[in-house]
Design a protein around this ligand. Structure first.
Ligand code: F6R
Length: 365
């Protein structure tokens, strides 16, 4: 079943172009250059805000969804990890909707958060991978991710399919709320349509670089990940992946928070993975990299072609991805992040598909 892959996780990483393409096709009419009418029941134009709750990697997908819904649909989003959400006793005025994100559709805390919102009369949407799951059954509107069964405990293809779904939702919401005009929608749809092909070319070319880097990384006990905007979320997602399968301690930080604490940790034993494409955050993140370099920190720079050309610092490694549209960046930049964790774990000799102490579906709190 793993085909010619050593682990399910590797197979699932390489399946992403295909399953993201299926998921996008479900939500987007590429010929018309439009997102389909996917959420009439959520009525994006009638709500004032959205609550999102999820756990782990699904939470990080939700966080990127928040950035997109706020930016493209001007819809305020509050997101929380479900284990906090369910107990906060927050007020829930009726002019909001709630969205829950879950691969398995069975995560106990996410389900409890859903039920809390339902009791308060909110309209419930769920982004789920397992169609017959409890969360799917209890939601008013189901947004399926078409990732297929995910076997590896560390979530990879479910995450990118969740991102694809959020991108479509943000466009649908932007159209409903009048914040995106047809031309903008058509441009975003075109960008999304190119994502699977670019993902596949990235997966086919970066492996050798990442293997060398991962061999190096497996010698360290701690790794710091930095990014801004949606790459801040990818920094946290990258740290989660690395810690759960390689057992190397890792943390993801907003690059702007570096000087508020974590910079104290920087020395030659703390590699820092900086995720910084050439976007509106690039210059700021560059100066954070300089702060790391000045303290002897070893930098692994994950960037795009423009970013690599503009860089002036010595790095331990630079992973260069193609220049892509901003909307597509998280879908593409997550690939080297997943593969770094994967190959590092392989070098460490851990059980990649069944990491210690972890279960695929967390049905107890
Ligand atoms: C991380 C990972 C977990 C899950 C989390 C939520 O790689 O797999 O953090 O993302 O347990 O699970 P679901 O999405 O099934 O609710």
């Amino acid at each position: 079943e793993k085909g010619n892959h050593r682990h399910f996780m590797e197979k699932e990483i390489y399946e992403q172009p295909e399953v993201v393409s299926h998921t996008l096709a479900h939500y987007v009419d590429f010929t018309a250059g439009k997102v389909r009418n996917i959420a009439p029941d959520l009525n994006f134009s009638a709500i004032d805000s959205i609550k999102i709750a999820a756990c782990g990697t699904a939470f990080y997908a939700g966080q990127i969804g928040k950035y997109w819904l706020e930016r493209y649909a001007r819809l305020p989003v509050e997101i929380d990890v479900a284990s906090e959400f369910r107990y906060r006793e927050m007020p829930l005025p009726g002019n909001q909707a709630a969205l829950f994100v879950s691969q398995s559709g069975e995560t106990a805390d996410t389900l409890a958060s859903l039920r809390y919102c339902k009791e308060h009369g909110l309209k419930i949407g769920a982004i789920v991978n397992v169609r017959e799951s409890t969360i799917a059954r209890e939601a008013d509107v189901v947004f399926p991710t078409l990732a297929g069964p995910e076997i590896g405990v560390a979530s990879t293809k479910a995450f990118t399919c969740q991102l694809a779904t959020f991108a479509a939702l943000a466009i649908a919401a932007g159209r409903a709320r009048g914040t995106l005009i047809a031309d903008e929608e058509a441009n975003m749809v075109r960008a999304l349509s190119e994502a699977p092909r670019i993902a596949s070319s990235v997966l086919n070319t970066i492996q050798p670089q990442l293997e060398n880097l991962s061999r190096e990384l497996s010698r360290y006990r701690n790794v710091l990940y930095l990014g801004r905007g949606t790459n801040y979320t990818l920094a946290m997602e990258g740290a989660l992946k690395l810690k759960e399968i390689s057992y190397i301690h890792a943390e993801g930080y907003a690059a702007g928070e570096l000087k508020h604490g974590p910079i104290a940790l920087i020395d030659e034993n703390m590699p820092v993975i900086v995720i910084a494409p050439y976007d509106r955050h690039y210059e700021k993140t560059m100066s954070n990299m300089q702060e790391v370099a000045a303290r002897g920190g070893r930098i692994i720079f994950v960037t795009d072609e423009n970013g690599a050309a503009a860089a002036t610092l010595d790095t331990m490694a630079t992973i260069t991805l193609p220049n892509v549209d901003e909307l597509m960046m998280p879908l593409i930049f997550t690939l080297p992040i997943q593969l770094i964790a994967y190959h590092t774990a392989v070098f460490m000799g851990t059980d990649v598909d069944q990491p210690r102490n972890l279960a695929k579906s967390v049905t107890v709190e």
